[in-house]
Design a protein around this ligand. Structure first.
Ligand SMILES: C[S@@+](CC[C@H](N)C(=O)[O-])C[C@H]1O[C@@H](n2cnc3c(N)ncnc32)[C@H](O)[C@@H]1O
Length: 319
């Protein structure tokens, strides 16, 4: 049986869109991280005249989301793309001549990636250590481990994984790869379990959690895409529109927080979340994976500053 799929902070996200759009508005949503289509399902259900531009960089996930949303087929426009590459030209190519009004990014990977993708996201499986979400993902996780120089590995593990055992882990990796290159996820996970003494294991989590997260971020260049994506999507957003971003990692959240704050300082954007919205206790009990989620929301009130590029959709200035 498929595990239950939770759409993180679905109630908060719907409430914010409800506060900004009427139920009968023909809202054009853009879901930049379709996943299983859970959030888009909520939008299509709640706003019966809405449409959703449904994007994911992983073709497998986009297909899964489309299958989940099959009953709304006429109101869904699927596009396989990295959200950092979405612009007016790309939307035009798919027959979309308007700018989106409601944008959502729900960052990271899905439960499917962890347990069923066979790409080495899970510690327990002897799967190939790949971790690429799409073909534009650069080297595989195994290539990073087997080929990257010491300093780069240290930077990745300390910065993206905040792993205090990074030095010892990197030294052991360098020794081991000389004779026996890494190829499977469980192989790496077992090695890390041996390096970090049991008393320092994070409570309730596998000791390799931080290293796996760091590798995934590097392989998919996740932080760079968040930075570019937030900028380009805010440029695209229609006046009066709202962008919501859920992040799960402190570095990701810092990027979103700083960008939203900088935009809000300019005339043309309003920050709707001075502090991030966190999942309720009820939600974290039901879905522990939502524990680290942070939701930030920005509304576009006027045309963007030239600094952020030219606008390619015709928009009417608000009074
Ligand atoms: C947490 S899941 C989204 C779950 C979804 N909101 C739902 O309710 O089913 C994140 C998804 O974003 C996709 N993703 C991650 N980074 C991306 C990027 N830069 N561009 C497009 N999709 C991305 C992943 O492939 C994954 O399917």
């Amino acid at each position: 049986m498929e595990p239950v799929h939770y759409s993180v902070q679905g109630n908060d996200i719907l409430r914010i869109f409800r506060e900004n759009f009427s139920k009968d508005d023909p809202v054009l949503f853009l879901d930049g991280t379709a996943g299983e289509g859970g959030h888009s399902f909520l939008f299509l259900n709640e706003f019966p005249r809405s449409k959703v531009i449904l994007c994911d960089r992983d073709p497998v996930m986009l297909q899964r989301a489309c299958a989940r949303l099959a009953r709304f087929q006429d109101r869904v426009i699927p596009i396989e793309t990295n959200f950092s590459k979405i612009n007016a030209d790309l939307l035009n190519e798919h027959g979309i001549a308007e700018a989106p009004q409601g944008i959502l990014l729900d960052l990271g990977i899905s439960t499917f990636h962890l347990f069923h993708s066979g790409r080495g996201f899970s510690f327990r499986e002897a799967e190939p250590l790949d971790m690429r979400l799409s073909e534009d993902g650069g080297p595989s996780a195994a290539e990073v481990l087997n080929l990257y120089p010491k300093d780069r590995l240290l930077h990745i593990f300390y910065t993206y994984g905040e792993e205090r055992w990074s030095k010892k882990i990197v030294e052991t990796i360098l020794e081991r790869r000389k004779k026996n290159p890494f190829s499977t996820a469980s192989d790496l996970a077992d090695l890390i379990s041996k390096i970090i003494p049991r008393k320092f294991w994070p409570p309730g989590r596998h000791p390799a959690t931080r290293i796996f997260q760091a590798l995934r971020i590097e392989v998919n260049q996740e932080l760079a895409h968040v930075e570019t994506g937030v900028n380009t999507l805010l440029e695209l957003l229609r006046i009066g529109g709202v962008m919501q971003v859920i992040s799960f990692h402190s570095l990701e959240d810092r990027i979103v927080k700083n960008l939203f704050r900088d935009y809000a300082k300019q005339n043309g954007f309003e920050l709707l979340t001075k502090k991030p919205i966190l999942p309720s206790e009820e939600e974290t009990t039901e879905n522990p994976a939502s524990r680290s989620a942070k939701l930030r929301v920005l509304r576009k009130t006027k045309s963007v500053d030239k600094k952020y590029g030219k606008r390619e959709f015709e928009e009417e200035e608000e009074e």
